[in-house]
Design a protein around this ligand. Structure first.
Ligand code: DGT
Ligand code: MG
Ligand code: MG
Ligand code: MG
Ligand code: MG
Length: 243
């Protein structure tokens, strides 16, 4: 048998590398979670247990992949920030994204019963993932602010929407009432119609969740907090995260 050198096939692999010395952000997002939430009877608009399960999986990722220093999650998504120096170790974008996505997904399945003891997992959760490199800390901060603003806007809308629906409006009526309303009008709608002070709604819902390595004298541990990551205060209190 004639041996043919078939090594050439490796040249078809494209090398999609992360840009060195930038902030790499891996964002995963649940696929069709609209349906997944319905099938598993998630509470509307926010299911406390579902959010806790997402946080647990994020903590698992931080613990398993030590290149991540900070993560931020809301709804069915989580963003993981790679240390700038870690690019030299894991240079292939698809390797790191696929590892994180599969780890997060299997952890979600493994931990399901602990958070939903009375609900069977009846369809497979899956997540998509992408990595984006941000060249400066300012732009990374803007990225995180964008996600937290999105959390606030969606949560405020969803809170109004489901209060209207639960009070007897149809979904299209609720949509019509909220169409074009500004943040202030939504706050007034909640206060006047339902006696809800939006600012008193739990921080976990308004601010999303940040899971990160907390450094204390001599030791560091992973914590989950619901804090404002748009203003400078958090970053000044944790200067080592983006150092
Ligand atoms: P995708 O990401 O394009 O595959 O589609 P979806 O359906 O995952 O949409 P996405 O990611 O834009 O929005 C997240 C959906 O997940 C949203 O439509 C409602 C659902 N969801 C997430 N968290 C909760 C929750 O706590 N309670 C309920 N009821 N639904 C939730
Ligand atoms: Mg998606
Ligand atoms: Mg989704
Ligand atoms: Mg989403
Ligand atoms: Mg391998």
């Amino acid at each position: 048998i004639k041996r043919i050198d078939k090594d050439y096939v490796k040249y078809f692999q494209s090398k999609n590398k992360l840009m060195p010395y930038t902030w790499g952000v891996i964002r995963i997002d649940g696929s069709h979670f609209h349906k997944f939430a319905d099938v598993h009877n998630f509470e509307k608009p926010n299911d406390e247990q579902a959010l806790k399960l997402m946080n647990e999986c994020a903590v698992g990722v931080l613990d398993a992949f030590r290149e991540f220093i900070f993560s931020y999650g809301v709804s069915d998504e989580y963003s993981f920030i790679l240390k700038r120096s870690s690019h030299l170790q894991r240079t292939h974008a698809s390797d790191i994204v696929s590892s994180v996505v599969s780890f997060f997904t299997s952890m979600y399945v493994m931990k399901w019963k602990a958070f939903f003891p009375l609900t069977d997992l009846v369809c497979q959760p899956s997540f998509d993932g992408r990595v984006v490199c941000y060249p400066s800390t300012d732009i990374l901060r803007d990225y995180l602010s964008w996600r937290q603003v999105d959390c606030h806007i969606n949560n405020q809308y969803n809170t109004c929407f489901w209060m209207l629906v639960k009070s007897g409006k149809s979904r299209s009526e609720a949509q019509q009432i909220l169409k074009g309303t500004q943040s202030q009008e939504k706050m007034e709608l909640l206060a006047n119609n339902f006696g809800i002070d939006y600012n008193a709604i739990g921080e976990k819902l308004r601010l999303g969740s940040s899971a990160f390595w907390e450094e204390e004298t001599g030791c560091s541990k992973i914590v989950v907090q619901h804090c404002n990551i748009i203003d400078g205060g958090f970053w000044e209190a944790h200067p080592y995260i983006l150092a």
